[in-house]
Design a protein around this ligand. Structure first.
Ligand code: APR
Length: 247
Protein backbone atom coordinates (compact mmCIF):
# COMPACT_ATOMS: atom_id res chain seq x y z
CA UNK A 1 0.00 0.00 0.00
CA UNK A 2 2.80 2.40 1.03
CA UNK A 3 4.61 1.69 -2.24
CA UNK A 4 1.50 2.43 -4.28
CA UNK A 5 0.98 5.68 -2.44
CA UNK A 6 4.56 6.71 -3.06
CA UNK A 7 4.12 5.89 -6.76
CA UNK A 8 1.03 8.12 -6.84
CA UNK A 9 2.88 10.88 -4.99
CA UNK A 10 5.84 10.92 -7.35
CA UNK A 11 3.81 10.53 -10.52
CA UNK A 12 1.05 13.02 -9.86
CA UNK A 13 2.11 15.32 -7.05
CA UNK A 14 5.86 15.77 -7.32
CA UNK A 15 6.08 16.80 -10.92
CA UNK A 16 9.39 16.40 -12.70
CA UNK A 17 11.10 19.65 -13.64
CA UNK A 18 11.01 20.16 -17.38
CA UNK A 19 13.35 23.08 -18.10
CA UNK A 20 13.15 24.57 -21.58
CA UNK A 21 15.45 26.93 -23.45
CA UNK A 22 13.74 28.59 -26.39
CA UNK A 23 14.97 30.83 -29.18
CA UNK A 24 13.54 32.67 -32.15
CA UNK A 25 12.64 29.41 -33.93
CA UNK A 26 9.77 28.65 -31.51
CA UNK A 27 8.06 31.85 -32.70
CA UNK A 28 8.90 31.50 -36.42
CA UNK A 29 5.57 29.81 -37.28
CA UNK A 30 3.79 32.68 -35.49
CA UNK A 31 5.34 35.16 -37.92
CA UNK A 32 8.25 36.46 -35.85
CA UNK A 33 11.55 36.58 -37.76
CA UNK A 34 14.50 34.54 -36.56
CA UNK A 35 17.93 36.18 -36.50
CA UNK A 36 20.40 33.98 -38.34
CA UNK A 37 18.30 32.13 -40.93
CA UNK A 38 18.51 33.29 -44.58
CA UNK A 39 15.55 35.69 -44.09
CA UNK A 40 16.59 36.50 -40.52
CA UNK A 41 16.69 39.96 -38.93
CA UNK A 42 20.49 40.08 -38.89
CA UNK A 43 20.54 39.78 -42.67
CA UNK A 44 18.53 42.99 -42.95
CA UNK A 45 19.96 44.99 -40.05
CA UNK A 46 23.43 45.28 -38.59
CA UNK A 47 23.61 44.03 -35.00
CA UNK A 48 25.95 46.90 -34.11
CA UNK A 49 23.40 49.44 -35.40
CA UNK A 50 20.24 48.25 -33.64
CA UNK A 51 21.33 45.95 -30.81
CA UNK A 52 24.20 47.67 -29.01
CA UNK A 53 24.36 50.67 -26.63
CA UNK A 54 26.85 52.26 -29.06
CA UNK A 55 24.36 51.93 -31.93
CA UNK A 56 21.70 53.59 -29.78
CA UNK A 57 24.06 56.46 -28.89
CA UNK A 58 24.94 56.91 -32.60
CA UNK A 59 21.46 56.81 -34.08
CA UNK A 60 18.74 56.57 -31.40
CA UNK A 61 15.90 57.23 -33.85
CA UNK A 62 16.83 54.25 -36.01
CA UNK A 63 16.94 52.02 -32.93
CA UNK A 64 13.65 53.31 -31.48
CA UNK A 65 11.91 52.84 -34.84
CA UNK A 66 13.27 49.30 -35.12
CA UNK A 67 11.84 48.32 -31.70
CA UNK A 68 8.61 50.33 -32.19
CA UNK A 69 7.94 48.21 -35.27
CA UNK A 70 8.64 44.96 -33.40
CA UNK A 71 6.50 46.09 -30.45
CA UNK A 72 3.59 46.97 -32.76
CA UNK A 73 3.91 43.68 -34.65
CA UNK A 74 3.24 41.74 -31.42
CA UNK A 75 -0.42 42.80 -31.45
CA UNK A 76 -1.27 40.53 -34.36
CA UNK A 77 0.91 37.52 -33.47
CA UNK A 78 -0.61 34.37 -32.07
CA UNK A 79 1.19 31.55 -30.27
CA UNK A 80 1.69 28.33 -32.27
CA UNK A 81 1.60 24.77 -30.94
CA UNK A 82 5.28 25.04 -29.98
CA UNK A 83 4.22 27.56 -27.31
CA UNK A 84 0.82 26.02 -26.59
CA UNK A 85 2.19 22.50 -26.10
CA UNK A 86 4.62 23.81 -23.47
CA UNK A 87 1.75 25.41 -21.57
CA UNK A 88 -0.26 22.16 -21.79
CA UNK A 89 2.69 20.18 -20.41
CA UNK A 90 2.26 22.05 -17.09
CA UNK A 91 -0.45 19.48 -16.31
CA UNK A 92 2.25 16.81 -16.09
CA UNK A 93 5.52 18.63 -15.41
CA UNK A 94 6.87 21.56 -13.45
CA UNK A 95 7.67 23.47 -16.65
CA UNK A 96 10.17 26.36 -16.51
CA UNK A 97 10.68 28.27 -19.75
CA UNK A 98 13.90 30.19 -20.23
CA UNK A 99 13.56 32.22 -23.40
CA UNK A 100 15.92 34.34 -25.43
CA UNK A 101 12.85 35.76 -27.16
CA UNK A 102 11.56 39.24 -26.52
CA UNK A 103 8.02 38.47 -27.72
CA UNK A 104 5.20 37.55 -25.31
CA UNK A 105 4.02 34.38 -27.03
CA UNK A 106 4.89 31.95 -24.20
CA UNK A 107 2.78 34.07 -21.83
CA UNK A 108 0.02 34.38 -24.43
CA UNK A 109 -0.03 30.57 -24.71
CA UNK A 110 -0.54 30.27 -20.95
CA UNK A 111 2.92 29.34 -19.64
CA UNK A 112 3.24 30.42 -16.00
CA UNK A 113 7.02 30.31 -15.41
CA UNK A 114 8.77 32.28 -18.14
CA UNK A 115 12.17 33.86 -17.68
CA UNK A 116 13.25 36.30 -20.39
CA UNK A 117 17.01 36.50 -20.82
CA UNK A 118 17.12 39.23 -23.45
CA UNK A 119 14.33 41.53 -22.29
CA UNK A 120 10.71 42.00 -23.32
CA UNK A 121 9.08 43.99 -26.11
CA UNK A 122 6.01 44.64 -23.96
CA UNK A 123 8.14 46.77 -21.61
CA UNK A 124 10.39 49.77 -21.90
CA UNK A 125 13.12 51.09 -19.62
CA UNK A 126 15.28 54.20 -19.42
CA UNK A 127 18.84 55.00 -20.34
CA UNK A 128 19.65 55.58 -16.66
CA UNK A 129 17.93 52.38 -15.46
CA UNK A 130 18.00 49.93 -18.38
CA UNK A 131 17.26 46.94 -16.12
CA UNK A 132 14.05 48.36 -14.61
CA UNK A 133 11.06 47.40 -16.77
CA UNK A 134 7.94 49.55 -17.18
CA UNK A 135 4.79 48.32 -18.97
CA UNK A 136 4.78 49.55 -22.58
CA UNK A 137 1.13 49.79 -23.72
CA UNK A 138 0.21 49.00 -27.31
CA UNK A 139 -0.55 52.09 -29.35
CA UNK A 140 2.37 54.06 -27.90
CA UNK A 141 5.70 54.46 -29.67
CA UNK A 142 8.98 55.37 -27.99
CA UNK A 143 10.15 58.70 -29.46
CA UNK A 144 13.37 60.60 -29.20
CA UNK A 145 12.94 63.09 -26.31
CA UNK A 146 10.43 60.89 -24.41
CA UNK A 147 11.61 60.85 -20.80
CA UNK A 148 10.98 58.15 -18.22
CA UNK A 149 10.13 59.13 -14.61
CA UNK A 150 13.84 59.28 -13.74
CA UNK A 151 14.25 62.06 -16.32
CA UNK A 152 16.33 60.06 -18.81
CA UNK A 153 15.43 59.00 -22.35
CA UNK A 154 13.09 56.04 -22.69
CA UNK A 155 14.62 53.00 -24.37
CA UNK A 156 13.35 49.51 -25.12
CA UNK A 157 13.67 46.94 -22.29
CA UNK A 158 16.01 44.84 -24.38
CA UNK A 159 19.37 43.37 -23.40
CA UNK A 160 21.73 44.58 -26.09
CA UNK A 161 25.05 42.98 -27.03
CA UNK A 162 27.67 44.16 -24.54
CA UNK A 163 25.12 44.56 -21.71
CA UNK A 164 24.69 42.33 -18.66
CA UNK A 165 22.16 39.49 -18.65
CA UNK A 166 20.71 39.78 -15.13
CA UNK A 167 18.42 36.73 -15.39
CA UNK A 168 21.22 34.34 -16.32
CA UNK A 169 21.93 33.36 -12.66
CA UNK A 170 18.35 32.22 -12.06
CA UNK A 171 18.34 30.50 -15.47
CA UNK A 172 21.50 28.59 -14.48
CA UNK A 173 19.82 27.51 -11.20
CA UNK A 174 16.83 26.20 -13.18
CA UNK A 175 19.16 24.38 -15.61
CA UNK A 176 20.98 22.71 -12.69
CA UNK A 177 17.68 21.49 -11.21
CA UNK A 178 16.30 20.07 -14.48
CA UNK A 179 15.04 16.47 -14.57
CA UNK A 180 14.48 16.84 -18.32
CA UNK A 181 15.93 19.59 -20.52
CA UNK A 182 14.46 20.77 -23.81
CA UNK A 183 15.87 23.16 -26.41
CA UNK A 184 13.59 24.64 -29.10
CA UNK A 185 14.51 26.84 -32.04
CA UNK A 186 17.84 28.34 -31.12
CA UNK A 187 21.10 28.18 -33.05
CA UNK A 188 22.96 28.17 -29.68
CA UNK A 189 25.21 30.87 -31.14
CA UNK A 190 24.82 33.49 -28.40
CA UNK A 191 26.29 33.34 -24.90
CA UNK A 192 25.64 33.23 -22.03
CA UNK A 193 22.32 31.60 -23.07
CA UNK A 194 24.03 28.83 -25.08
CA UNK A 195 26.16 28.04 -22.00
CA UNK A 196 23.09 27.05 -19.96
CA UNK A 197 23.34 23.49 -21.29
CA UNK A 198 26.65 23.32 -19.46
CA UNK A 199 24.74 23.45 -16.14
CA UNK A 200 22.56 20.49 -17.06
CA UNK A 201 23.64 17.23 -15.44
CA UNK A 202 25.03 14.74 -17.97
CA UNK A 203 22.51 12.11 -16.86
CA UNK A 204 19.55 14.36 -17.66
CA UNK A 205 17.70 13.53 -20.90
CA UNK A 206 18.02 16.41 -23.37
CA UNK A 207 15.60 16.90 -26.29
CA UNK A 208 16.02 19.39 -29.12
CA UNK A 209 13.42 20.58 -31.63
CA UNK A 210 14.76 22.39 -34.69
CA UNK A 211 14.32 21.77 -38.43
CA UNK A 212 18.08 22.19 -38.87
CA UNK A 213 20.82 20.23 -37.13
CA UNK A 214 22.07 22.26 -34.15
CA UNK A 215 25.43 21.58 -32.55
CA UNK A 216 25.62 21.70 -28.76
CA UNK A 217 28.93 22.77 -27.24
CA UNK A 218 28.49 20.06 -24.56
CA UNK A 219 28.46 16.27 -24.41
CA UNK A 220 24.91 15.33 -23.50
CA UNK A 221 23.28 12.57 -25.50
CA UNK A 222 20.65 14.66 -27.27
CA UNK A 223 17.45 13.34 -28.81
CA UNK A 224 16.97 15.62 -31.82
CA UNK A 225 13.53 16.04 -33.37
CA UNK A 226 14.38 17.63 -36.69
CA UNK A 227 11.05 19.38 -37.27
CA UNK A 228 9.42 22.79 -36.90
CA UNK A 229 8.20 23.83 -33.45
CA UNK A 230 4.51 22.80 -33.80
CA UNK A 231 5.05 19.41 -35.38
CA UNK A 232 8.10 18.75 -33.22
CA UNK A 233 6.13 19.60 -30.06
CA UNK A 234 3.41 17.05 -30.94
CA UNK A 235 6.06 14.38 -31.40
CA UNK A 236 7.88 15.37 -28.21
CA UNK A 237 4.70 15.19 -26.09
CA UNK A 238 4.18 11.60 -27.24
CA UNK A 239 7.78 10.73 -26.32
CA UNK A 240 7.53 12.43 -22.91
CA UNK A 241 4.28 10.63 -22.09
CA UNK A 242 5.75 7.27 -23.07
CA UNK A 243 9.20 7.62 -21.54
CA UNK A 244 8.70 9.86 -18.53
CA UNK A 245 5.06 9.52 -17.47
CA UNK A 246 4.23 5.93 -18.46
CA UNK A 247 0.94 7.01 -20.08
N1 APR B 1 10.67 25.72 -35.55
C1 APR B 1 11.75 25.54 -34.75
N2 APR B 1 12.96 26.08 -35.00
C2 APR B 1 13.09 26.84 -36.11
C3 APR B 1 12.01 27.08 -36.98
C4 APR B 1 10.75 26.49 -36.68
N3 APR B 1 9.67 26.64 -37.44
N4 APR B 1 12.46 27.89 -37.99
C5 APR B 1 13.76 28.14 -37.74
N5 APR B 1 14.15 27.50 -36.62
C6 APR B 1 15.46 27.46 -35.97
C7 APR B 1 16.64 27.70 -36.91
O1 APR B 1 16.97 26.47 -37.59
C8 APR B 1 17.73 28.14 -35.93
O2 APR B 1 18.44 27.02 -35.39
O3 APR B 1 15.55 28.51 -35.02
C9 APR B 1 16.92 28.82 -34.81
C10 APR B 1 17.03 30.33 -34.79
O4 APR B 1 18.35 30.70 -34.51
P1 APR B 1 18.75 32.26 -34.43
O5 APR B 1 18.16 32.99 -35.56
O6 APR B 1 20.22 32.33 -34.22
O7 APR B 1 17.96 32.76 -33.11
P2 APR B 1 18.35 32.57 -31.58
O8 APR B 1 19.15 31.35 -31.35
O9 APR B 1 17.10 32.75 -30.80
O10 APR B 1 19.27 33.83 -31.35
C11 APR B 1 19.78 34.08 -30.05
O11 APR B 1 20.66 36.14 -30.79
O12 APR B 1 20.78 38.26 -31.75
C12 APR B 1 20.37 37.52 -30.73
O13 APR B 1 19.23 38.46 -28.99
C13 APR B 1 19.01 37.71 -30.16
O14 APR B 1 17.87 36.27 -28.64
C14 APR B 1 18.58 36.31 -29.86
C15 APR B 1 19.87 35.55 -29.80
Amino acid sequence: MGGLWLFFLFTYVVKKKLVVLTGAGVSAESGMSTFRDADGLWNNYRVEDVATPEGFARNPKLVLDFYNDLHNSLQTLKPNYGHIGLAELEEYFDVRVITQNVDNLHEAAGSHNVLHLHGELTKYASVRNPETPIEWPFGENLELGDKAEDGSQKRPFIVWFGEGVPNISLAAEWAKEADIFLVIGTSLAVYPAAGLLGYVDNAVPVYLIDPKPVKSPYNHAITAIQKGASEGMRELIEILKRKHLNI
